[in-house]
Write a protein that binds this ligand. Structure first.
Ligand code: SAH
Length: 343
């Protein structure tokens, strides 16, 4: 398979092809705004330029392997094949008033959080900016989009802040005014707490949101759930987050996957409140999406609601994510895993 141009800004396209800047911009628009699948559709380019493009490049490189749709909620999950044969997942989540696209940042993941399906298969490689952006382009073609602007979350497979440079570049491509022009506030990057990545992310002058997968606010438990905590303690994480907020003034979100009898008690709530002191942080509670062979259970709905209500009563902005894709293996890494098993 040939190369693509979807990972380049307009000026970079112009430089690479040795054409005028305005032509780079035209190509960028065709790829990102009009989302064409064929160089011949780029009607404002000269025939010669179209021929050069056809000879040397592919418009896109990601190909659909399998798509699953939840009958109940309409959530769709796609398994896409990359040019080297590896596969990644991305998800289109339908909410009452918005659509969210969930993108992967790596093939597999090295962090091995003990409740997550992605880590089970280990880490293969980072995704390039074009491979990240093309997941969004693929989902945006879906009829369910109906021309609406989506929210984008980097909550698929992988640890985005272990691939920070490519993730940042992909965000710039998604935000570009000549392309999709997605607003910074509609984009969230989720990290298990990779401190170097958080510092790099903080240097960007933008309003892109940062979510931290906390799941526990004492070191013993967090080290069991998120082994990265053995490298960076909760205290180090907090120092980095305080600096991030002092620099950027931006609010963060703590993610908390609720695991039955593990991190869903009043005590867990108290520890979270203690840890949160001094930080501007909302909390996103996620009922655990069951993964076969993992030794966890989903917290009962009344316990999930009680955890949320405690937060709300304490004046903390909190949401309890409504489970949207259990019937389609929508938890990170699950579709790829079941697909690998049936192959
Ligand atoms: N590596 C990034 C992105 C992971 S996916 C990170 O750790 O933030 C986004 C969120 O889903 C993370 O908070 C992750 O811990 C959580 N998650 C992973 N598997 C899950 C599952 N089976 N059920 C519920 N949440 C899960």
């Amino acid at each position: 398979m040939g190369q693509t141009l979807t990972g380049l800004m307009a000026v970079e396209i112009a430089e690479k092809l040795g054409v005028k800047p305005f032509q780079g911009k035209q190509i960028f628009k065709w790829l990102h705004l009009k989302m064409v699948r064929d160089f011949d559709a780029m009607t404002d380019l000269s025939k010669a330029l179209r021929e050069t493009l056809k000879e040397n490049y592919e418009v896109r490189q990601l190909a659909l392997v399998e798509m699953e749709q939840s009958e109940r909620t309409g959530t769709k999950k796609a398994l896409l094949r990359l040019a080297d044969g590896e596969t990644v997942e991305c998800v289109l989540i339908r909410g009452a008033d918005r659509i969210t696209l969930c993108l992967s940042s790596q093939v597999g993941c090295a962090l091995k959080c003990t409740f997550c399906a992605t880590g089970l298969a280990g880490f293969t490689r980072d995704l390039t900016p074009d491979e990240i952006v093309e997941q969004a382009l693929f989902l945006l073609e879906d009829e369910d989009m109906e021309g609406r602007t989506p929210n984008i979350v980097y909550m698929g497979m992988g640890e985005p802040l272990r691939n920070t440079e490519n993730v940042i570049k992909s965000i710039k491509l998604l935000m570009d005014k000549n392309g999709l022009g997605i607003g910074a506030r509609k984009i969230s990057v989720s990290t298990a707490g990779e401190l170097k990545g958080i510092r790099l992310f903080a240097q960007e002058d933008w309003q892109v949101r940062l979510s931290i997968s906390l799941h526990a606010a004492n070191d013993d438990l967090r080290s069991k759930l998120v082994p990265l905590n053995r490298k960076y303690s909760l205290e180090q994480l907090k120092e980095t987050l305080l600096a991030y907020q002092a620099d950027s003034g931006r609010q963060i979100t703590f993610e908390w996957t609720l695991l039955d009898g593990v991190n869903d008690s009043k005590r867990d709530f108290d520890e979270l409140m203690e840890y949160r002191k001094g930080l501007k942080a909302s909390v996103n509670l996620i009922p655990w999406n069951p993964v076969a062979d993992l030794p966890y259970g989903t917290s009962r709905p009344d316990k999930c609601e009680a955890f949320r209500d405690r937060l709300l009563e304490a004046g903390v902005q909190a949401t309890l994510r409504v489970e949207k894709g259990r019937d389609i293996d929508a938890a990170c890494g699950q579709l790829r895993r079941t697909h690998a098993a049936v192959k």
